[in-house]
Design a protein around this ligand. Structure first.
Ligand SMILES: Cc1ncc(COP(=O)(O)O)c(C=O)c1O
Ligand SMILES: N[C@@H](CCCC[NH3+])C(=O)O
Length: 462
């Protein structure tokens, strides 16, 4: 994996990685889905559908999902990780149609709530190909998962060990489980999306002995089939050293289980978290390189411990859907704000914001943007794309060079919003969550419709 290029500070008002583009109209292909392209007039099309035509039908803001790109990325993971099971992490983005695409492309599906399970079942995903995560699954959720025949439940606590065993005993069904372990790794990502250090809520600690104890109890529980150990170190990760340390510690636990409990667990899940490019500072690996790297790490560690290589699985979410989607907005107001040193920043307010993309406010995430409806010959200016919510932190794109003549009514497209954009969207300020429009071969299809006022009033009983 290529290492993440550190932003390395600021030059005045913008981060050092942000360079003034030679052509402010040009797309940076690595940030966009496979079929995204601009014509000579600067009109952006995705899946052969020009965005001005698309928004004439569905309005803005809208998420635009490139079906060809999504399927290609899913297949790329499936093919590169042949011999593994690839679980698409539905938390990144899930709707019934996308769950069907996942199944059609031969991937399994990772869910982490009753609602996500309902979507998977509605799409007729084979329950045996569903994995079920969560640090606080209710007894009701666990019962449904077990009775439905979910392929694996990833057990996250001692309480859950007891619950799973009790439900298996009571229903006479077999509960197939993995144990989520905490490997004590400090992943190089934002604190809120790192999940393998000790002081957080997920998993059972290897170093404290809790993970071993959970394994011992599950092996003893009638009706429970323990498949293996699961480790997920965090999200938007570029550096393989975290996976390496985690694999070493998880396999050390596998060795202890073999030596003290007399069994080698047949499976192991390495989690997801593979980073994507949001801006020119990100340089992600392709699935083939990732597969080679992760497989080499596991094989090396297994050799060292004298273990058979377990059947492996991964759970990419962002790396499949992240770049497959962009969001298109309409600019509403444009404001020049004078900063220190005689510099100005152009604030472009769009008709969405933190209600359709919380990641900038929540994780200080970086995004990019481009004018989507026309070309401009104006000089680039340092811009910031902000939303329409009552928060100064309501920022969509913190730093981007935009054409100096950007004006109300312009369409602005933001790439890389597929992961955790719609899935973490909210109704803040009673915003109506935008639609997801799938595009392919010149056709567009609304697969999640825009919310309406009636949706808001469906729960507000008046
Ligand atoms: C257990 C688990 N698996 C998979 C994922 C997917 O992560 P990503 O979308 O970064 O690939 C997550 C989210 O971080 C997760 O918590
Ligand atoms: N929602 C986060 C990632 C956490 C995923 C779930 N463990 C993001 O947008 O980056």
């Amino acid at each position: 994996m290529n290492s993440h290029v550190s932003p390395g500070g600021f030059t005045g008002t913008s981060p050092v990685w942000l360079r003034e583009p030679e052509d402010v109209n040009a797309l940076v292909p690595a940030l966009w889905s496979a079929t995204a392209a601009k014509d000579a007039n600067g009109v952006l099309a995705v899946g052969g559908v020009a965005l001005p035509d698309l928004v004439a039908n569905v309005n803005t803001p809208a998420y635009v999902l490139d079906e060809v790109d999504f399927r290609e990325r899913a297949r790329a993971f499936r093919d590169a990780f042949s011999g593994y099971d690839v679980y698409y992490a539905g938390k990144a983005f899930l709707c019934t149609e996308v769950a069907r695409w996942v199944a059609q492309e031969g991937l399994c599906l990772d869910v982490c709530s009753d609602g996500e399970l309902s979507v998977a079942l509605r799409a007729e995903v084979d329950p045996a190909k569903i994995g079920y995560h969560g640090n606080n699954k209710t007894p009701m959720e666990l019962r449904r998962a077990i009775v439905t025949g979910v392929g694996r439940i990833i057990v996250d606590s001692f309480d859950e060990v007891d619950r799973v065993a009790a439900i298996a005993a009571e229903t006479g069904m077999t509960a197939r489980v993995m144990v989520r372990v905490t490997a004590g790794v400090e992943a190089h990502t934002h604190e809120y999306i790192a999940t393998a250090h000790e002081d957080q809520k997920f998993g059972l600690s290897i170093s404290s002995g809790d993970a071993f104890e959970a394994v011992r109890r599950l092996l003893d529980a009638p009706g429970v089939e323990l498949l293996g150990l699961h480790s997920h170190i965090g999200s938007q990760i570029f550096d393989s050293s975290g996976f390496e340390v985690a694999a070493r510690r998880v396999l050390a636990l596998q060795t202890r289980i073999r030596d003290e409990l007399g069994t080698e667990l047949p499976e192991m899940d390495l989690g997801g978290g593979f980073g994507i490019a949001y801006t020119t500072q990100d340089d992600p690996s392709d699935p083939k390189a990732l597969a080679e790297e992760l497989t080499a790490i596991v094989e090396h560690e297994c050799r060292g411990y004298g273990l058979a290589v377990p059947h492996l699985s991964i759970e990419p979410g962002r790396a499949i859907v992240g770049s497959a989607m962009c969001t298109v907005y309409t600019a509403g107001t444009v404001k020049e704000v004078a900063l220190d040193g005689g510099v100005t920043r152009t604030y472009v307010s769009v008709d969405g914001g933190m209600s359709d993309n919380i990641r900038t406010a929540l994780y200080d995430a970086d995004y990019s943007a481009t004018l989507a409806g026309r070309a401009s010959s104006a000089e680039p200016v340092l811009g910031r794309v902000v939303g329409k919510h009552c928060e100064s932190g309501d920022i969509v794109v913190k730093h981007e060079f935009l054409p100096g003549d950007i004006a109300p009514g312009d369409l602005i497209a933001v790439p890389g919003t597929g992961a955790y954009g719609r899935s973490m969207a909210s109704n803040y300020n009673h915003a109506l969550r935008p639609p997801v429009v799938a595009v392919r071969d010149g056709e567009s299809r609304v697969i999640v419709r825009r919310e309406t006022e009636a949706d808001l009033f469906a729960t507000d009983l008046g």
